[in-house]
Design a protein around this ligand. Structure first.
Ligand code: FEO
Ligand code: CA
Ligand code: CA
Ligand code: CA
Length: 600
């Protein structure tokens, strides 16, 4: 991507060694502290967290469970807002004696509904440091909880579609709540985009839907032959809409990108149908060369696709009323990746092909533009509601679980985290997904034609093939592998002011805990990956977010203590409160003790 060929990454920290400590570990010179934990009061008047006496009313006013995407909106120098997704609930860890959704109390089910969604919380800087604390006193005018029951709206070409209509909402316009919100992004006009990911797990009685609906149900991971799937939370016991035999379209009302205005706690979150329906990891925006808004998206399941949306109209700074319509009209594309090396050289060993790189060219295949479908046999509304089925028809490339996709604001490169794929067979490898039974995942870099996010063709390569650097199938941008950290299962990506790539992981298969890593993507340091932080027992690392002033990095520590068989009677983590406490998902901040830039 041109630019600085002499390094200049600004990364000088000493890597955190792989470890299994029940704490957040940061490099020498840095400190870390929780900012906000599951159960902390969000709305004024919310009760303090009490693990032994939980209620749904309290949870609906407190910070939710399993924090994931984190973003930060400064309010001057000393204050700011955090938006945080709450992806899902771990009832086995939340409630003593919990057996299953079948036997849970109705209050426990209501607590779980309230623990999903997202939170807006006000935070304040500690002195002049990079540390931030939750504001716990005063008006906190922006603080908000969004839950699985918050009234929302559909907008865009599929709003009002027959496929979205239910008995409770015959207009197909007013969905209730959001589920499994994983990663996300922000818009240039200051709103949040939050992705509904594995929404399939919340429904029962898929065997009771009309025959014609069964193929689409199955394609989205909902069984069309099972009544009550094992492990189901049984939300249907308190809200009938989760029973597909009675309300078959309710499932179509999840799996969207939700736009939320963090500065208006009374605003209605909007499900933007123009961005398609899939297991949305998240959506991140950039601007095309001509000012159109581009949203990059991954569908996080094995053999799913990478997407982007390009708005029809241009972003106009300051014209808020106009900008808030941009995500309702445009073209939704899906990616095809073509390798440039002979297929015989992609032999499944992970050995680099003769040209020295896993790389090639690609194209963005249009699926739908506004009300016009580009997919034979499907209407525009069908393409948007059954986007996976549409992408299947146009020859898109099946990837190793596409998670976060985000454009580097410094170089313009687009980075795709492909977390792993245990199911890829040797016969299914291709240059973009070159390893069978891909345990450790890889990062794919897209160079859009003319470095324009609005382009319809691109070049791509794999700058990072993850794993233990001693494993010959790994690749670290050509950097000396004796000097890099092991990494496994990249999930979220972010960038600092120098354009360094920050990667958080979920599901480390190398025997150590998940963490946060930083890697320059250009110059002589390209591929010099170092671990910056590690998380406690059972947790994955989410967020991450380097603050605009570069002095803080926020990380969501999701599901601490989530290990096989762990219960409140036998917890495997006591993070963050220590002693004999129960584990609590929490957002942490890390900062340099002397106020230096993150990564110094
Ligand atoms: Fe919820 Fe794809 O991670
Ligand atoms: Ca090649
Ligand atoms: Ca994720
Ligand atoms: Ca994850």
């Amino acid at each position: 991507f041109g630019g600085d060929r002499h390094g200049g990454s600004g990364l000088r920290f000493t890597a955190v060694p792989p470890n299994t400590d029940d704490k957040v570990t940061v490099p020498e010179g840095y400190e870390t502290a929780p900012v906000v934990r599951w159960g902390d009061p969000v709305l004024p008047g919310a009760p303090a967290f009490d693990f032994e006496n939980q209620t749904a009313a309290a949870q609906a006013a407190q910070f939710g469970y399993n924090c994931d995407f984190v973003t930060f909106f400064p309010l001057g120098q000393q204050r700011g807002l955090l938006w945080v997704n709450h992806e899902y609930t771990d009832e086995n860890l939340m409630f003593r004696g919990y057996k299953s959704g079948d036997t849970a109390s109705e209050e426990q089910i209501r607590i779980a509904l309230a623990a999903h969604g997202g939170s807006v919380v006000e935070v304040e800087r500690v002195g002049r440091s990079g540390r931030w604390n939750l504001v716990t006193q005063g008006r906190r005018r922006y603080n908000r909880r969004v839950t699985a029951q918050t009234p929302m709206a559909f907008s865009g070409p599929a709003a009002g579609s027959d496929l979205l209509k239910t008995a409770a909402d015959p207009a197909g316009a007013r969905p209730l709540g959001m589920l499994n919100n994983c990663a996300g992004g922000t818009t240039p006009w200051g709103t949040v985009l939050s992705g509904e990911e594995n929404f399939n797990q919340y429904f029962v009685n898929g065997n009771g839907v009309p025959e014609a609906q069964k193929p689409s149900l199955t394609r989205y991971g909902v069984s069309a032959t099972t009544g009550i799937p094992s492990g189901n939370r049984r939300f249907d016991r308190v809200e009938e809409r989760f029973d597909l035999a009675k309300h078959p379209n309710e499932v179509n009302r999840f799996g969207w990108i939700v736009e939320i205005d963090p500065f208006d706690p009374d605003s209605t979150p909007v499900k933007r149908t123009a961005l398609g329906r899939l297991a949305h990891e998240g959506a991140t925006t950039s601007l095309a060369g001509d000012g159109r808004v581009v949203a990059y998206m991954g569908d996080d399941s094995r053999f799913e696709y990478v997407y982007k949306f390009v708005s029809r109209k241009r972003y106009i700074p300051g014209f808020d009323r106009h900008n808030r319509t941009l995500l309702d009209e445009g073209t939704l594309y899906v990616a095809r990746f073509t390798g440039d090396s002979p297929a015989a050289e992609i032999d499944g060993t992970g050995k680099l092909p003769a040209d020295g790189l896993f790389d090639g060219s690609g194209e963005w295949i249009p699926l739908v533009t506004g009300d016009v479908s580009h997919v034979p046999g499907m209407t525009a509304q069908e393409v948007l509601v059954y986007t996976r089925l549409a992408a299947d028809k146009v020859g898109a490339t099946k990837m190793d679980r596409p998670e976060d996709v985000e454009r580097n604001p410094v170089t313009g490169g687009v980075y795709v985290a492909l977390t792993n794929n245990s199911n890829r067979t040797p016969a299914q490898v291709d240059e973009a997904n070159p390893r069978p039974s891909n345990k450790h995942g890889h990062i794919l870099e897209i160079a859009e034609r003319r470095n324009d996010a609005g382009a319809t063709t691109f070049a791509w390569s794999l700058p990072l093939v993850c794993g233990d650097p001693d494993d010959p199938s790994t690749y670290f941008g050509g950097f000396d592998k004796s000097k890099v950290s092991p990494i496994s299962c990249p999930d979220n990506v972010a960038f600092d002011a120098e354009g360094n790539l920050w990667i958080s992981t979920d599901g480390n298969q190398l025997g150590a805990h998940d963490g946060l890593f930083a890697m320059p993507v250009r110059g002589s340091e390209r591929g010099h990956l170092r671990q910056f932080l590690s998380v406690p027992v059972g947790a994955e690392t989410c967020g991450p977010l380097v603050s605009p002033d570069q002095r803080s990095v926020f990380v969501a520590v999701q599901h601490p203590g989530e290990t096989n068989g762990a219960t409140p009677e036998a917890p495997t983590s006591h993070w963050p409160d220590g002693g004999t406490s129960q584990p609590r998902p929490a957002v942490v901040v890390a900062w340099h003790r002397q106020g230096k830039k993150i990564g110094s």
